[in-house]
Ligand binder design. Structure first.
Ligand code: M6R
Length: 610
């Protein structure tokens, strides 16, 4: 959570680089923000509650020049969203920005209070400023003071600190929270995420956990916390600047929904043979996969939903037993794992703390690990034995859309590979599955043509306070995902259930005020059963929206209030198709309600706290 940016170089550029960087990071957290600019040896700080626009307003025409600066956009963990709790935090000559949580802050705070330091915020981060200042007051150098402070704090941290006493450097710590250094000519950059600085440099140094970087205008020195110098390679990253523009769309979310045909194509590229006859995963050790006896898939939120679908696909095609775990539960669940277990971790960002901690636990227990992630060189990508990248492009909207559909594609590809490795599917099956896969971009394009119809449905249904989404088999997780989309961006209560489970309790909720949205492709194994569930809902005066494939509803129109009909497709592909209208439905309802679609309240795009 939270976004960090730092700069050292041209005094006239500092303010603009910090503010632009924060705007690009706003998706990480947006309850308050602030910058500190060091002009010779005077620090100027401006902070504001709310979005970066509030900070910009406050800064107004102020010049705020200075040779270096730090900026932060916050997602509150300790202390409410307020100006006083916004970063940077200061102590005497020291200012600091911090991502993460300091676990031992209670004891450190009381130690510092005894030494006479006064706390003005409710945050744990303020401790860092006092710790560094305390070292400086005791005559230590900035580097020694920062190192001493960093050694004392426990917990996941990314920190950037500056001081008026040595106003020609920034000091950075990475400890289980991402932060990179960007290299320039006579200038250098720091960011929690590359998008903040990509317009200025693509020369990136990824810091490792336990690294401390001393960043000067013409030099970057990286050491461990004992002061021993460590070498980190410079990496040239590519990034499409168009990902950071809305490209004529009102919101990133809508743009990203519409990008799905393209992101599907990009994800398939290189994974399907040139003659469309087979599936290949470059760099994936299929011999190792062949030995796998059990798989666990895990992730959070939308990525967890793709894990649920991944399980069904893998089991269907390869007969390898798969368990699914919510990443935040996995670590504490005493999982049964051995060297024949493959743990597949799924994360759009590759930085989610719950997921990366689960990954570390899986490794500790001896599992083989495979990541499915959208962010090159992310923490989860680096920690896993093997990686399959989704090629969705940067996803900015907090509500995950194109990352989800590309994760499903990867799961389908992987299932085919595992099926082949286990001798469970033939070459003919694979080449027929490849045909379905290559048809996905066009399929999504056709579904996007339903946008006007979905918009009209949103007009009809936006005033309801409760929704139920129902599906079976591969489309039960789609019910969960459809409900999650509606909850997170339109703040409407929505529940996803396995359709057959309704009669065991939740059906008590159903009346004419609770629309029920069925997800039921006609070729689903349980289609006739879901029709039974449809009748049960109608018998209780439920309002029914029925999402199915061509002609799927022909015989049941009397039970259906509104129909969404998508083109026919292979059942294994159907979740990639059925989610698209639900993404649009949530989007249009949120738009009518006037919520902040790309940055919904209380959320952050990347959740780096457990
Ligand atoms: O980056 P990750 O895929 O690890 O993120 C996991 C969840 O935080 C994420 O999917 C979240 O649920 C989305 N906001 C859902 O739209």
């Amino acid at each position: 959570m939270c976004g960090i940016v730092g700069y050292i170089g041209d005094a006239k550029k500092t303010k603009q680089i910090l503010l632009e960087g924060l705007l690009r990071l706003e998706y990480r957290g947006y309850d308050s923000s602030g910058i500190a600019v060091l002009n010779k040896s005077v620090t100027n700080i401006v902070k504001a509650k709310g979005k970066i626009a509030e900070l910009q307003k406050k800064i107004g025409k102020e010049k705020l020049e200075g040779q270096l600066g730090i900026g932060h956009t916050r997602w509150a963990t300790h202390g409410i969203a307020s100006e006083v709790n916004a970063h940077p935090h200061t102590s005497g000559t020291t200012s600091v920005v911090h991502n993460g949580i300091i676990e031992n802050y209670v004891e450190l705070k009381s130690e510092l209070k005894q030494k006479g330091f006064k706390f003005i915020s409710d945050t744990d981060s303020e401790i860092l400023a006092h710790l560094v200042e305390s070292g400086l007051e005791n005559g230590k150098s900035f580097t020694e003071s920062a190192r001493g402070a960093f050694k004392k704090v426990k917990g996941a941290c990314a920190v950037v600190v500056i001081t008026e006493r040595e106003p020609e450097k920034l000091i950075v710590l990475r400890n289980f929270s991402p932060v990179v250094v960007g290299l320039g000519e006579n200038e250098n950059y720091i960011a929690s995420d590359i998008p903040a600085i990509i317009p200025y440099t693509n020369r990136i140094v990824y810091l490792e956990d336990g690294d401390m970087a001393i960043v000067e205008k013409n030099e970057v020195t990286i050491t461990d916390l004992n002061g021993t110098e460590v070498k980190r390679e410079e990496v040239l990253v590519s990034s499409d600047p168009a990902s950071f523009e809305k490209g004529g769309f009102k919101h990133f979310m809508l743009k990203e929904i519409y990008e799905q045909p393209r992101s599907a194509l990009d994800t398939l590229r290189g994974k399907i043979s040139g003659d469309f006859s087979s599936i290949e995963l470059a760099g994936i050790n299929t011999k190792q996969l062949n030995k796998i006896k059990k798989i666990i898939t895990l992730g959070c939120g939308t990525s967890y939903h793709s894990c649920l679908i991944g399980k069904l696909l893998i089991e269907n095609l390869s007969r390898i037993p798969v368990e699914v775990s919510i990443a935040s539960e996995f670590r504490y669940s005493n999982p049964i794992i051995d060297q024949d277990t493959l743990v597949i971790v799924v994360s759009q960002s590759g930085e989610t703390a719950d997921t990366s901690e689960a990954l570390l636990e899986a490794k500790r227990l001896g599992a083989k690990t495979l990541a499915i992630t959208n962010v090159f060189n992310s923490k989860i990508a680096r920690e896993s034995d093997q990686v399959i990248y989704t090629r969705a492009g940067t996803e900015i909207g907090v509500a995950s859309t194109k990352a989800f559909t590309t994760q499903l594609l990867v799961f389908y590809i992987l299932s085919n590979i595992l099926g082949k490795a286990k001798g469970r599917i033939s070459e003919e099956d694979i080449s027929s599955n490849v045909k379905s896969l290559v048809g996905v971009p066009l399929l999504i394009e056709k579904i996007l043509k339903l946008d006007d119809q979905i918009k009209a449905l949103a007009q009809k249904y936006n005033n309801f306070n409760n929704f139920i989404f129902l599906g079976r088999g591969l489309n039960f997780p789609i019910a969960l995902e459809g409900a999650l989309k509606l909850k997170e961006i339109s703040y409407i209560h929505a529940e996803g259930y396995a359709a057959g489970e309704m009669k065991h309790g939740p059906i008590a909720l159903v009346d004419e005020n609770v629309p029920v949205l069925f997800i039921a492709p006609k070729n689903g194994a349980n289609f006739t059963k879901i029709i039974g569930n449809l009748r049960e809902i109608k018998a209780r005066n439920g309002l029914v929206i029925f999402l199915t494939t061509e002609k799927g509803a022909d015989e049941y129109k009397e039970y259906i209030d509104d129909l969404i009909e998508i083109p026919n497709c292979d059942y294994n592909i159907s979740p990639i198709a059925t989610i698209v209208p639900l993404q649009l439905f949530a989007y249009h309802i949120a738009r009518i309600k006037g919520t902040d679609i790309d940055q919904p309240r209380n959320l952050a795009k990347v959740v780096t706290v457990e």
